[in-house]
Write a protein that binds this ligand. Sequence first.
Ligand code: UD1
Ligand code: MG
Length: 461
Amino acid sequence: MEVVVLAAGKGTRMYSSQPKVLHSIGGQAMLERVLTTASKLNPNNMHVVVGFGADAIEAHFANSPLSSLNWVTQSEQLGTGHAVQQAISEIDITTDDNQVLVLFGDVPLISEATLQDLIAQCGPDTLSLLTVVTPEPHGLGRIIRNDLAQVEAIVEHRDANAQQLLINEINTGIMAIPAAKLARWLNMIGNNNEQKEYYLTDIVALAAKEGCKVTATQASDDKEVMGVNDKVQLALLERHYQGQKMEALLRSGVTLRDPTRVDVRGNLTCGRDVEIDSNVIFEGNVALSDNVIIGANTVIKDAKIGAGTIILAGTHIDGAEIGEHVTIGPTARIRPGTILHNNVKVGNFVEIKKSTLGEGSKANHLAYIGDAILGTNCNIGAGTIFCNYDGANKHKTVIGNNVFVGSNSVLVAPVALQDNAFVAAGSAINTDVPSEHLAVARGKQRNIAGWKRPTKDTGSH
Ligand code: UD1
Ligand code: MG
């Protein structure tokens, strides 16, 4: 079996400079979704017909794990039949049982099960169509059946007569076709129609006329076969997709305060008794262990969060590994490369980048910790800044166990604070502090007796 995905169209109604099929559903480009689903069918090749924005599309897949992608260029969009024709020379038509599965890059929610069903019906003498019954067939190709309910043809909306327009079973565009016959039929279709296009759908009448069997499987879920032509449809499918995700989470035991206000743009796995508040966005791969609580207005991307950890409202986490019984937030920012061990506490307005905090360490308020390694049970006072950048290079700060850094200190990296070191508040530390030492690095306080406050100027000289 070979897959041909049509993705050459411009997507005019998206009003975007980005090719339509790169717009995403659930955080993944529509075309990527289609190809990922198709790859589960183990096709020999996946031919992707591209035209508008071909370079951007190919670049998007440059590092894709999807194998056997074959890019086919259709420089002029002369119709769906013409598009498939561009790929046919790369498809084996010498064996009778090779088949071609045609997919659309802008029908993102098609499922593996539906496609399995479709290709199982296709054979050397059987073409199988995926259709759907819809109350709104406007603009779509109608399925024409004879008195015995056998499919005879597909007639495009713009070519249909008044009686045909009443038909509400429509062509989804997805079909499985015997390869050798497809190659022959494509040479037979013309563009003598309202749109002056080479319609792939015209092969159905050719098949029926030759006595090739045409099966039509009706999709049960119209969203699964719905194409995206504009941002309204993109948003509609996004909501549908998220709705399905949320239902699955709820059914697996996750508590969602409001399932309409959580978005998963990637993969989310949850342990038992996880609670997620409102306006939460998950991106990339996120794993939440048992009893994790996620507060409102939180964004979590590519992170692993250990059991019993609480993320308080307004927190942003990206690229971090977080241990058990950690508390973060409200309004904290955890950036890539951060590792927080068990029982760490990170409070409000704390930013941490590419740093490791050992078990039980705390930064409870207003701090920046970057490029640092902290041992266990350290306390980073409010207003502490790790100066990791000298304007040209980044440097590391290494802190042992039980270190106390007083409020409003700056630690100028590279610098090390050994076990049990204590930094007095307001210090600017640019020299290593040995174990058990107190470091004071600030101007000495002077108290001046009898000092007169300035008085208000009266205007007389
Ligand atoms: C097509 C079907 C119609 C079906 C509808 C479902 C034909 C002739 N009609 O109509 O029966 O009900 O889909 O949505 O097949 N494309 C190319 N190259 C081209 C033309 C199209 O790659 O030259 C791609 C488009 O990017 C799109 C897909 O093929 O992904 C469908 O093309 P579109 O123009 O949207 O076809 P419809 O008129 O919607
Ligand atoms: Mg369309």
